[in-house]
Design a protein around this ligand. Sequence first.
Ligand code: SAH
Ligand code: DHB
Ligand code: MG
Length: 231
Amino acid sequence: MELRTTERGRMDSERWTAVDDYVADLFVGDDRALSAALARSAESGLPSIQVSAPQGKLLHLLARAQGARNILEIGTLGGYSAIWLARALPPGGRLITLEAVPLHADVAQANVATAGLADRVDILVGKALETLPRLAAEGRSFDLIFIDADKTGYPDYLAWSLKLSHPGTLIVADNVVRDGEVVDRASQDANVQAVRRFNELLAAEPRVSGTVLQTVGVKGYDGFALALVTS
Ligand code: SAH
Ligand code: DHB
Ligand code: MG
């Protein structure tokens, strides 16, 4: 956060936000369901930490490029990214999204219904580490997995994602750069340490080929990890 408290950092972040607005105007435009989702989430007191509009569009395009029929999301919040992902599904496709906080799940359910997507989205309430083993026991497999819940869980979420994958699955994870703090091996921040561990595990994992892409925008400076399951 230090970066954005300086004058230079404040100006950079204003510009990043202006460019996100510019991109969203061009490539997203007015979208009633997404606007309604953000409004209901704010009214319900949810934190405004959903992916940005350009990032949501990216998730949507990745799901379509994958031809994803089964999508898993870890961390629902108010369902903003879930709407983007569910809109990419072909007829008969499904999104399962995991959320620990019942209020978040309720708001997301309402937002998904308003978006006309309730028939293809299952919001499973509970800690992801309790739900993921159940999904694995049911023999489920997903074509795209989006990891975006508590950062300390990321190393475990990667392990479960691999169990829930097949060759060709795309694994995407948000918030893996964290204002650049991810390069600080001595960081005392548990979230930074967990994300560093996640990136190291992903890089060393022989069953995937991955990378990390830095991002700036309305959410500041962060990044996405992307990994294709190859075997
Ligand atoms: N993907 C959402 C944002 C998710 S924010 C979007 O872009 O629209 C992270 C969410 O993960 C929060 O709603 C939080 O309650 C949830 N969460 C935190 N810890 C969790 C856990 N252990 N299991 C499941 N969800 C969790
Ligand atoms: C937080 C969580 C996120 O997933 C995110 O994209 C931004 C912030 C948070 O917990 O503060
Ligand atoms: Mg996030």
